[in-house]
Design a protein around this ligand. Structure first.
Ligand code: HAM
Length: 418
């Protein structure tokens, strides 16, 4: 019989990689605690309408990438392709805004998009991110960006560029849409098929093009800042000045519009020089109209999400240390077996990472296993040692060896402060 394999674009995270995920997750939880963000968890699937209304019918995500189906009772459901809409839904449904004027939320979750898989782009992938509801002021924009940078610093990731823009209020966006269409109309026939479609549905997305001839056409395109209102301008200048105060450097990127419809004003992306084509580690921005669009009371919001697979790719293999047993207990013979398992348990209760052999292998094979697993100390207990009520204690890093009374072993290992 043929074996069953995983679906294209999905990945198993095996033990030789999962410790890296755990380190990243620990860095995320730690930064979130420091910035006073609280975790929120939402279901894996939602009503399809949440994303068509929240993210926008014309976006790539909604128009072609969602895993959607109609269930047995005729409901249209979708596996979450992103989390901002889900978190906003939950915020509205549970009246979080009524309980507190400011809600600072974070998540770590799996998402699903039917994209063409390639390095750094998957059909099931993971994001961590935050959504802060309740403040329209630039302080929160600056904090959100600082928090993203803090996680990357915590995990030891350098070589990052913060790209920053403001796409203004919704009035500015619709004015700019007209300006952009006027500018692009004479070039329409030279645009790619995708851009011609976007011209009709979502012209701002044309600014995202990677096609060299379109980049050439766009060289003289008017900037969205030409359409900012006076308030948009002041807001953006304050965000920039707060980032300067916090010594966070950024690149002003007038073409950065982002691919989701809910954004207003501040938008940003963080890219890494160590990634190839899929270089965006993190994207986010303000969405001051989203809560209202989803049926809630008008509430300002801002957030970001970062792709965890991409972060780990950018980090490279060597930046995170493996968690290994500190002690490996080697037993020899039937009589030693109970002493070994009791001692293992005692050490574990003392918070010492300890392992032992469950395959009844030879001492040589057990020693090999201890070294391979990266243990620092091997404790050797055989018939001879049992008779003497002593165990051999070997430091596998330095080669030093001692004899220690079995009933003093836990104290002895504790005193080593491994
Ligand atoms: P997004 O730009 O669609 O934004 O995704 C954010 C990040 O998720 C990307 O920068 C990338 O690192 C990662 N990502 C996206 N698609 C894939 C994929 N197919 N494979 C691997 N990684 C991927 C959002 O999702 C917004 N909800 C962000 C946000 C939160 N805006 C405000 N709040």
């Amino acid at each position: 019989m043929t074996s069953i394999r995983s679906i294209k674009g999905t990945q198993d995270i095996l033990p030789d990689q999962s410790y890296r995920w755990q380190a990243l997750e620990a860095a995320i939880h730690s930064s979130m605690e420091h910035y006073n963000y609280k975790e929120i968890r939402t279901p894996a699937f939602e009503r399809t309408e949440l994303f068509s209304r929240g993210v926008g019918e014309e976006t790539d995500i909604v128009s072609k990438e969602m895993y959607s189906w109609t269930d047995q009772s005729g409901e249209n459901l979708t596996l979450k392709p992103e989390l901002t809409a889900s978190v906003a839904r939950s915020f509205i449904q549970h009246n979080l805004g009524g309980q507190s004027p400011i809600n600072k939320l974070y998540y770590i979750d799996a998402l699903f998009r039917r994209e063409r898989p390639q390095k750094g782009r998957y059909r099931q992938f993971h994001q961590f991110g935050i959504e802060a509801f309740g403040s329209e002021h630039p302080e929160i924009d600056a904090e959100v960006i600082a928090l993203a940078m803090s996680v990357f610093n915590n995990i030891g990731l350098g070589g990052l560029t913060l790209k920053l823009n403001s796409i203004g209020s919704s009035q500015c966006r619709s004015d700019y849409r007209n300006t952009l269409c006027d500018f692009l109309k004479p070039h329409f026939n030279n645009l790619s098929e995708t851009s011609q479609k976007r011209f009709e549905n979502n012209p701002l997305r044309i600014l995202d093009t990677k096609a060299p001839h379109e980049i050439e056409i766009l060289k003289n395109v008017p900037n969205i800042s030409d359409c900012w209102t006076a308030e948009d301008k002041i807001h953006f200048e304050e965000v920039c000045s707060l980032l300067d105060t916090m010594e966070i450097s950024y690149e002003l990127t007038p073409h950065l519009v982002r691919g989701l419809d809910y954004y207003t004003r501040t938008t940003f992306e963080i890219t890494s020089t160590s990634l190839g084509a899929q270089d965006a580690l993190c994207g986010g921005g303000r969405y001051d109209r989203l809560v209202e669009t989803l049926g809630g009371k008008p509430t300002a919001g801002i957030g970001f999400a970062a792709g965890m697979e991409r972060i780990l790719l950018a980090l490279g293999e060597n930046n995170i240390s493996k968690i290994t047993p500190q002690v490996y207990i080697i037993g020899l013979g039937d009589a030693a077996r109970t002493t070994v398992i009791k001692l293992t348990e005692d050490l574990r209760k003392n918070n010492i990472r300890t392992d032992f052999d469950v395959l009844r292998r030879s001492v040589k094979a057990q020693m090999r296993d201890a070294n391979k697993g990266g243990a620092q100390i091997a404790i050797i207990i055989g018939d001879h040692e049992l008779e003497q009520e002593k165990a051999g204690v070997k430091n596998l890093y330095s080669g030093e060896q001692d004899q220690i009374a079995i009933n003093k072993l836990v104290n002895h290992i504790n005193s080593l402060h491994l």
